[in-house]
Design a protein around this ligand. Structure first.
Ligand code: AMP
Length: 366
């Protein structure tokens, strides 16, 4: 694996990003502000990150010669999309350092591996059953004793490949929705709220966490993030500790989001981890001195992490599908900050942009 041998990568260096979505776009914008150049690699020729980067490559993640050429043209590589095949990371990491390491991605790509990893750290997750076929699902449904959700183990996000199931349901019907892929049956958690924490970690082990935030989903897709989360400060502290523990255990260099369910008896169950900037951290662009995207750039380039301090309270709303068509209205609202991702095609459920609304820090929120 290639290592950073020349110390910190200063402004002028080239950051390679695998993946070209809005997370890559906002990372590229943060990198540009610090004087870095960005080379985006992804198969979609009109990907949002390509609009704002210096160089781009349009090629498949299976094309090892294009991946090698990309790696040779940059100084360090990161990824903004969880489902990049790990073979692509391996090819690139033989030539240039990839940060976070491939292992972090391997864990996050598979819900079963992820849950086992979290359990090995003594971190609580939702009760789950690994199901590889309809018989295993039948058995798991018998143990479930209530309602649950059947998810594909790999390649699922924003509610894709997820089916609600209940005791007494026909296993064969639910299994049909899985297209023969290995899955995971999770117990449905009647949580009080959903929160997440974003932690940045540099290669010397320094960590910095942002305030835990509350997330509201609609049809499994994040709709609103409230910063800070209106929760007991002791729970918030515990959530930060969990995030730091996971970051340390995967030897993170970069940023990591940890999504958790908060139960009525103040227990935190980790639902998912993502070793990349996260939708629930978009508010940090407008409400913190250093955004999650700038932290990623700093961490992977060996620069000191910035302050995660919040100068305002914030609410972030995703603009999903045709909600982004209200852009003119948002521009007229004082205190509303509009971010559009430059996607040419609007589709239901597609994240087209977001708005952040800032408020002075409320008493008791310091
Ligand atoms: P995920 O793809 O696992 O992040 O799921 C998307 C959203 O679906 C979560 O943020 C929750 O709102 C909901 N969800 C997923 N799994 C569960 C569960 N086991 N219990 C309750 N809600 C869930």
């Amino acid at each position: 694996m290639a290592k950073l041998t020349t110390g910190p990568l200063g402004p002028g260096s080239v950051i390679g990003i695998l993946g070209g979505g809005q997370l890559g776009r906002m990372t590229a914008l943060a990198a540009a502000r610090l004087g870095y150049k960005v080379h985006v690699y992804c198969p979609d020729p009109s990907a949002p990150a390509k609009h704002v980067s210096n160089v781009s490559t349009t090629a498949s993640y299976e094309d090892s010669s294009q991946l090698s050429e990309f790696a040779r043209s940059v100084d360090v590589v990161t990824f903004e999309f969880e489902n990049i095949p790990t073979t692509a990371i391996v090819t690139v990491s033989e030539i240039k350092p990839v940060r976070p390491h491939c292992r972090a991605l391997e864990i996050a790509q598979d819900r079963i591996v992820e849950k086992k990893f979290l359990s090995s750290l003594g971190i609580s997750t939702t009760p789950y059953w690994s199901v590889r076929d309809v018989n295993e699902l039948e058995e798991a449904l018998r143990s479930l004793n209530g309602s649950g959700v059947l998810k594909s183990a790999r390649l699922g996000y924003d509610g894709k490949n997820q089916t609600r199931v209940s005791i007494g349901d026909q296993a064969s019907v639910a299994w049909g929705a899985m297209n023969g892929k290995a899955g995971i049956l999770e117990k449905w958690v009647n949580f009080d709220s959903e929160i997440s924490v974003i932690v940045a970690r540099s290669d010397d082990g320094t960590t910095a966490t942002y305030d835990p935030v509350q997330n509201r989903h609609r049809r499994y897709i994040l709709e609103t993030t409230i910063a800070p989360a209106p929760i007991d400060p002791r729970v918030a502290e515990k959530a930060r500790e969990i995030a730091c523990e996971i970051a340390k255990a995967i030897d993170l260099v970069g940023v990591l989001a940890v999504e958790m369910f908060l139960t009525s008896d103040s227990e935190l169950l980790v639902n998912e981890i993502a070793p990349r900037p996260h939708n629930s951290g978009h508010w940090t662009i407008d409400a913190c001195s250093t955004s999650q995207f700038e932290q990623l750039v700093r961490a992977i380039c060996g620069m000191p992490l910035g302050s995660t301090e919040r100068h305002s309270d914030a609410e972030m709303h995703n603009l999903i599908g045709d909600a982004a068509e209200q852009w003119f209205q948002y521009l007229t609202e004082p205190g509303t900050i509009l971010h559009l991702y430059g996607k040419s095609e609007t589709r239901p459920g597609r994240k087209m942009g977001h708005v952040t609304r800032l408020k002075p820090i409320a008493a008791g929120n310091h």
